[in-house]
Design a protein around this ligand. Structure first.
Ligand code: MEZ
Length: 533
């Protein structure tokens, strides 16, 4: 239910709707985008960042909350663990139970490796499950991986690592084929061809979707495959530190049973970090579209062991998070809503930008509208702008919303808002970490032998901004590759004696930098988690 002021503003949106139909707002020039980003994108707010004082990225900035975790202590300085008592002994240890971890585990298993997955919640409790709008792949006649590369490279401000982006786009069609064969129910037309749409910054319609719960459908399928293959999955168990041997190669991880607080030792010839994002750190006090466990754990594990980060200072704020009603503040409103024709409209009924600019530009534009221009609609938790959803029915015909984005429709109907008839209020929400641990083309970190990273914990695939649908794609492409590479590598690995020397030298570095703190990391659960026994 909307407030009387909101209803007044809706009248203005309705008054301009007919004349807006069929008129595309102009695209911004490159110069306009640059100055908009510098003035309004949260990545440019200096007070949101702090300098990292130790480790491979010393001297660079990261969001304050992440820097805080990198400057915190290992739990294992206090809680001593006997590494000679090995609880699990495997070829490939996958840390993380989302789409990247599952894809990795499936491929490692396919290659004949003895693989185990460990995850701090349950398999599938991951950002993959929360992804809505779709997955990109250039597999139609009018498209090509080269075109896909150009879109993503430009959208990421020409900062993506070419070898990673190249792999992403080249292997995208095969990723869709693989998922389709595993049983993902993609949207198809009556001839059985996949239905594809545009996303922000795409020059071709290459977004493959499963209505507006694409991630949930993909995760359902991957989870079934992991379970059908009987790959061991240790749930409610966190990796709290990597283990190395005297040769400096990774040799496993110390695990914490989240229910009993017992520590366990997993010895592994190769380790894949697939721990996902950081939304639950709520950078700059933003709400988040991320799942409950998104606390940047893998970045901390890898960094403390000596793996560098890349682009850790760039975060994606999804332009359309729920601004109202408050009960679902920050939840994702899929970009597909704009792909299907809904325009962004301010409180006076004006279309203030093209709805399919890239995400960083769109988010900055909405923030400007609500701050400098004073054209946002007041809400109990801040302000927002309208997403004119009734336009979708006018463009696509009656029933389009129910057919293409049924989960959105249901989410709003729960709060008495019928998006087929009334617009919805949105504001940016913390959605994705563009940066993460640096890898080479095969998925291995560059400094720690036999340690791989896949999924949102990787930095460099997308550069400094990611296009819609390239994350569901990267978890599959880089997850699969990591699984294959880890299984192949494990055949040659001779492990030495396990040690945790790196946590002691890291503690020394913290001390030498004058950093004294009682905080421990990785965080594992959000700061507001209730720890009840
Ligand atoms: O790639 C994403 O982040 C995505 C598909 C989100 C969405 O808007 O649905």
């Amino acid at each position: 239910m909307f407030t009387p002021d909101m209803l007044e503003s809706i009248k203005k949106v309705e008054a301009t709707r007919a004349e807006r139909m069929g008129v595309e707002p102009r695209r911004m020039t490159a110069e306009e985008k640059d100055s908009l980003l510098k003035a309004f994108h949260p990545d440019y707010r200096a007070d949101g960042f702090a300098e990292i004082q130790i480790g491979p990225n010393k001297g660079q900035k990261a969001p304050k909350e992440l820097t805080g975790l990198l400057h915190s202590n290992s739990r294992l300085l206090q809680d001593k663990v006997d590494l000679s008592k090995v609880d699990y002994d495997v070829d490939v240890l996958v840390i993380g139970g989302g789409g990247a971890g599952s894809s990795a585990a499936i491929e490692a298993h396919e290659a004949g490796a003895n693989v185990m997955m460990v995850t701090k919640l349950r398999i599938g409790d991951a950002n993959t499950m929360m992804a809505e709008g779709g997955i990109q792949a250039a597999d139609k006649e009018n498209d090509s991986p080269v075109q896909h590369y150009l879109d993503a490279f430009g959208g990421g401000h020409f900062a993506a690592r070419p070898e990673l982006l190249r792999r992403l786009v080249m292997e995208a069609p095969d990723a869709i084929r693989w998922l389709n064969e595993l049983g993902v129910m993609f949207d198809k037309d009556e001839d059985g061809r996949m239905v594809t749409t545009h996303g922000g910054g795409t020059s071709r319609k290459r977004m493959h979707a499963c209505k507006d719960y694409s991630g949930a459908e993909i995760m359902r399928t991957l989870r079934d495959e992991v379970l059908n293959r009987k790959i061991p999955v240790v749930e409610f168990t966190s990796a709290v530190e990597l283990i190395k041997d005297e040769k400096g190669q990774v040799a496993g991880a110390v695990l914490l049973n989240m229910e009993t607080d017992d520590y366990l030792v997993a010895r592994a010839k190769t380790v894949i970090i697939a721990t996902g994002g950081a939304g639950r750190l709520h950078y700059q006090n933003f709400p988040t579209s991320n799942h409950y466990g998104a606390t940047a754990d893998g970045l901390v594990l890898g960094y403390r062991a000596g793996a560098p980060l890349l682009y850790q200072d760039t975060i994606q704020y999804h332009p359309t998070g729920v601004a109202y009603p408050s009960q679902i503040f920050g939840a994702l409103v899929t970009e597909k809503v704009r792909s299907l024709g809904a325009m962004l409209i301010n409180k006076d009924g004006e279309a203030f930008m093209h709805p399919l600019e890239t995400r960083d530009v769109s988010a900055a534009s909405i923030i400007r509208e609500c701050s400098e221009r004073g054209k946002g609609v007041d809400t109990p938790l801040g302000s927002g702008v309208w997403l004119d959803t009734p336009m979708i029915e006018m463009i696509g015909g009656e029933g389009t919303i129910e057919k293409r984005i049924p989960a959105m429709l249901r989410m709003y109907l729960n709060y008495g808002i019928d998006m087929r008839k009334q617009p919805i209020l949105i504001y940016p929400t913390l959605h994705y970490q563009n940066g993460g641990l640096e890898i080479g083309g095969e998925g291995f970190t560059k400094t720690i032998p036999n340690l791989l990273v896949a999924g949102e914990a990787v930095g460099g695939i997308h550069g400094r901004n990611r296009l819609m649908g390239n994350s569901l794609l990267d978890i599959i492409v880089f997850g699969r590759n990591a699984g294959k590479a880890a299984a192949a590598k494990a055949k040659d690995v001779e492990l030495g004696t396990m040690n945790l020397d790196h946590i002691y030298s890291y503690a020394e570095e913290l001390k030498a930098a004058g950093i004294e703190t009682e905080e421990v990391s990785p965080l594992l659960l959000p700061k507001y988690a209730r720890h009840e026994r």
